[in-house]
Write a protein that binds this ligand. Structure first.
Ligand SMILES: [Zn+2]
Length: 439
């Protein structure tokens, strides 16, 4: 990992000795007096810092990881089925290690109610037009996709749902009959409640014609979303959902799925504005910044389809520019936000440094937008710095606009605005507001 996000040499190399303190008391730190600062005694609003959070993405091939044959797995239904009738929330059939269930039940408030969309149904499930379809040849299942019935804004919750199935990604490695992961998953599917079982068996299986894999195994490998570790065991888990797993892939996805442990549910949220009638897409890739050839190869190998998304359909110079932009964004992913460097910039005379930082961050955000490559690492840094730099320059509307965008993206990736709404409401109340001497 390298440090030095966005700062080019002209901004940082010659100013090591001029590092400025953070402007907690800006007047004394910078010898300035600015009448537009927050009133004395008012608590400043912090500009939210980088909040990376691994997002859910498809992680196929359970066979890549195996447990020893001596472990004991249990099939349990979580949350525990309600004692009364009439609950609309179904439970999830889970494959867990012995002793893991009490750790999950001990989560404070478990299970919280899943978040509810502002409007009851913000998706339509319908066949995908052939021009958009990326299905494998001869797939016996009609390709369905999720479509937006109305305009969705960044951060809007499209749907939340308890998974049909949750399983450890590492399953027993034995080849003996009954010990194979395929057999285990068949038994798990057979133990599902009738409605959930129908929904599970109705999902796409790109391995339907490959007799080496059981039906349940093929469905899991085709649809699984990685959710990381659960309490009680550090190994990764994966879920299969009735609706979210209907979202098709795009290398410029307009939505993102995230796992919410307290409610034991998957949330699907818009990561950019989605127009009415537009297909809602997510990414099946570990990284969106990969070049097209690598993306296509990975998707072919993992899911047996050839991506025909807009980014993968570019030709000639447009294709080369797209790969170049994604390569640049990949470089930015490896950089680490460092507040000390912002202070270095702050110590420079005049406002030239501020404008350079703004220009650099805006250029990166433009690449993100051109590629539709809104992932969870680069935008938090860019928008943090843009909001901070514009606040330092006293540009209220610019700071507010970046804070609003960050609030929507924070909701998309974490479920919460992360404090960005407060900043958007009143950028003048941040500790960075006009803290730089205007010369
Ligand atoms: Zn693509």
């Amino acid at each position: 990992m390298r440090r030095g996000f966005l700062l080019n040499r002209s901004l940082s190399a010659d100013n090591k000795s001029q590092r400025a303190p953070k402007p907690k008391s800006g007047d004394e730190a910078h010898g300035l007096v600015d009448k537009s600062r927050p009133p004395a005694g008012a608590a400043p609003i912090p500009i939210p810092t980088l909040r990376t959070q691994s997002i859910s993405h498809h992680e196929p091939q359970l066979s890549a990881l195996t447990l020893g044959t001596q472990v004991t797995l249990y099939v349990v239904h979580l949350p525990p089925p309600p004692s009364g009738l009439g609950s609309a929330e179904h439970t999830t059939t889970c494959v867990l290690l012995s002793g893991q269930t009490p750790h999950i039940l001990a989560i404070p408030g478990f299970p919280c109610a899943p978040a509810q969309p502002a409007i009851p149904r913000l998706y339509d499930l319908r066949p995908v037009p052939s021009a958009l379809s990326a299905s494998s040849p001869g797939s016996p299942v009609v390709e369905l996709g999720l479509f937006a019935p109305a305009v969705l804004e960044p951060g809007d919750l499209v749907l939340s749902e308890r998974p049909l199935l949750l399983t450890l990604r590492a399953l027993p490695a034995g080849d003996a009959p009954g010990m194979r992961a395929d057999d285990l998953l068949e038994r798990v599917a057979a133990s599902m409640p009738a409605r959930e079982q129908r929904a599970f068996l109705g999902l796409r299986n790109y391995r339907a014609r490959d007799t080496r894999y059981s039906r349940a195994r093929g469905i899991v490998d085709t649809n699984a979303l990685g959710v990381g570790a659960l309490p009680g065991y550090p190994g990764d888990c994966a879920v299969v959902c009735e609706l979210t797993c209907r979202a098709n892939h795009s290398c410029s996805p307009n939505a993102v799925a995230r796992w919410d442990l307290p409610s034991f549910s998957i949330e699907l949220r818009a990561r950019r504005r989605i127009l009415a009638g537009e297909e809602i897409t997510i990414s099946y890739l570990p990284e969106l910044t990969l070049p097209r050839a690598t993306r296509i190869t990975l998707l072919r190998e993992s899911y047996a389809f050839t991506c025909a998304c807009p980014a993968c359909s570019l030709t000639g110079d447009a294709h080369a520019r797209s790969d170049a932009r994604r390569a640049a964004l990949a470089r930015h992913r490896s950089l680490v936000y460092d507040d000390a460097q912002f202070a270095e910039w702050l110590a420079e005379p005049g406002e030239e440094g501020a404008h350079k930082v703004v220009a650099a961050c805006e250029a990166v955000m433009a690449m993100i937008d051109e590629e539709g490559c809104i992932e969870d690492v680069v935008w938090p840094v860019c928008l943090h710095w843009l909001c901070k730099a514009n606040s330092v320059l006293g540009r209220e509307e610019e700071a507010r606009a970046r804070a609003r965008r960050a609030a929507g993206l924070a909701r998309a990736f974490t479920g919460e605005d992360g404090g960005w709404v407060k900043v958007a409401d009143d950028p003048r109340m941040t500790e960075w507001w006009c803290c730089r001497t205007k010369q």
